[in-house]
Design a binder for this molecule. Structure first.
Ligand SMILES: [Fe+2]
Ligand SMILES: [Fe+2]
Length: 183
């Protein structure tokens, strides 16, 4: 099934991330924080999944894999720093919108880089079974990043506790490593 394939799953998440940026940008003022919380969780889970699952594989399997992955990690780290700053300063910070736009540009350029230089080549160098096994590990962490709002469960406090990017990344890493049989 297409959605079990790691490349299909990650590309679908790229689409969801684009939609979540739209949602934050279009949200009425009282919904911005919740929408930004969903975006934060999705980005945290997505980038952790790539770091734990596909980048190590690409590094080993692709010609110049080291270089391709180093470039992606460089982009990823920049996006992560922007995300952490935005999260720490909160949605009421005077430069929130300006920096959100900066994050969006960085994240989208990064996603294009992955699709063009990493995913396409990875697909050519992996079997369906390998891609499905990697896909299952992405799925294992996906529950941490619900795309739709859950009415009544998204209080500001809960958002703060569950939505801390570093906490989500840690939890995602744990679930992924378990799924990959690494712990
Ligand atoms: Fe990435
Ligand atoms: Fe990505």
């Amino acid at each position: 099934m297409a959605e079990q394939d790691v490349i299909e799953l990650l590309m679908a998440q790229h689409g969801q991330i684009r939609d979540l940026f739209d949602e934050v940008e279009q949200a009425p003022p009282d919904k911005v924080e919740a929408a930004f919380g969903r975006l934060t969780r999705m980005l945290s889970v997505h980038e952790t999944a790539e770091e734990e699952i596909v980048h190590p594989y690409a590094r080993r399997k692709l010609d110049n894999g080291q270089g391709v992955v180093a470039d992606r990690l460089h982009e990823e780290n920049r996006a992560k720093r922007l995300l952490l700053d935005l999260h720490n300063d909160g949605v009421d910070h005077p430069r929130f919108w300006e920096r959100l736009a900066e994050l969006r540009t960085a994240v989208q350029a990064h996603a294009r880089g992955e699709e063009r230089y990493e995913f396409t080549r990875l697909r050519a160098h992996t079997s369906t079974a390998e891609r499905r096994a990697m896909g299952a590990a992405v799925r294992a962490a996906e529950s941490l990043a619900p795309v739709r709002p859950h009415p009544g469960t998204e209080s500001a406090t809960k958002n703060l506790l569950l939505g801390t990017p570093l906490a989500v990344m840690d939890r995602a890493r744990e679930l992924i490593r378990k799924a990959l049989g690494k712990v």
